[in-house]
Design a binder for this molecule. Sequence first.
Ligand SMILES: [Zn+2]
Length: 575
Amino acid sequence: MLKNLPSTPQEIIAWTWPAIEKHYKKLEARPLDASSVDGWLADWSSVGERLQEMYSRLSVATSINTADKEAEARMNAFLDGIFPKAMAVEQKLKEKLLASKLEPKGFQIPLRNMRAEADLFRESNLALLADQQKLGIEFDKIYGAQTVKWEGEEITLTRLALNFHQPDRARREKAWHLKAERQLSDRKAINDLWKKFMAVRAKIARNADKPSFREYIWVQNLRFDYGPEDCKSFAAAIEKVVVPAATRIYQKRKQALGLDVLRPWDLVDGWFLRPAPAAGVPALEPFTSIEKLKTKTSSIFHNLDPVLGGYFDSMVAEGLTDLDNRKNKAPGAYCTSFPSIRKPFVFVNAVGTHEDVMTTLHESGHAFHVFETAKIPYIHQLSVPMEFAEVASMGMELLASPFLTKARGGFYSESEAGRARVDHLEGMILFWPFMAVVDLFQQWVYENPKKGADPAACDNKWGELWDRFIPGVDYSGLEEIKETGWHRKLHIHQVPFYYVEYGLAQLGAVQIFGNARKNQSSALTAYRKALSLGGTVSLPELFAAANARFAFDVPTIKKAVDLMETVVKELDKQK
Ligand SMILES: [Zn+2]
């Protein structure tokens, strides 16, 4: 057993490199065999947990108060002085474990990941990976510098985009054109950057002895349970089943808005392609105080499952949530974890909107994952693949949705809840075709690297995919803007191929929701059981434990879409 490990939060954030290094040196020197490996892993895990907790605690401190100079200084010291050194010694311990050829119980998956990462590693790629990062920063700079003049004021495009949520169509259209034209004026800059991205990625793949960058990224993202062909099957199933369903939604929107054709400014181009609000429909106002957000969310979870309700209450009681929006708080929402105590921390910027309710439910789903894995012995067994981590959170959004009404503990009247749930389900249906465009575009780019590096060919391909998958929105006269859509999907540039995960997780979430409609308690038991496995089993096994199929085929996705459309019809009646 290692001695003198920090235990309180104060000790953890004040940990120093010499103190940390001492523990790693001991672990490196200790002989490793079948009889000593469990103790060795436990000690390694204790150090790793505290190191990760140090980072989480500092992230929380800097995001809950961006003006906290001391926290910021500590975070910078961690990133510059501790993080790179810690990564290097962590790598040494991984190599030591792999070299021992030992196969500790429950370690198959972590070992598989470590082996893949070791196989992919090339000294010669370090500088290229850093170059790729820098290109990503360039990309951010181009977009970050974009501002427009709106009503006499110089504003960012993010602020301008708030207008897309307005019922006033002329205002939406004006804002949309302004945004699109501003972005189009950087067309050449993005195209030039793209050529550089493609060149550096081709070199990275070659150095790692991979036939293309796609094969490289597949290993880097630890995608062991599906291949590019599966993603193409998924896209084909989406085209066959989801595109017609999405077209029905567009049809319905046209009727609701009294329009003959739907134009791009009739959609809120955000995370999901949500439809813009119709005139005369007031925005939902679920809460006016954070206290109410907490108590209502708590009662929703208690009605869903008393254990989950208990988890949420304990987070609130122990100060493991920070939900309100205020000055000097970082934007956005997240759930992080404190691995040494196996507790989550949920961060939201709630101001009183329905989005805030959904975000709180979503992040709580991630938090429940942390609670459920409390008994897993080693930190290495806790990393859950993204395709399933988002099942926990997206699944929670759906599982909690029937409890949004006041009668069942929530915030809304029957009709308000109906409206909110229809928007949510329809937004999910509209997301799948968009996801397919983003994925198929990248498949094409890296299968045809020469054409893929030619921006004009990319424009053509994107336009062609867009017309196939999103036929319900009329872009006539706006072809240039439509075809350069790949410029505006930052994942394509900064985190290549990272997108299909959301589509797969969504399919898992809908299946769990379907199970709950048949049998609430057995669905919840399976959901919690699957969460409790952490990262100890494969992706298909995680889905199976939740009573869902990890699948890409037409029948699975058809069943999901049928269910969603059935629920929408039911809810439309109560609206
Ligand atoms: Zn999430």
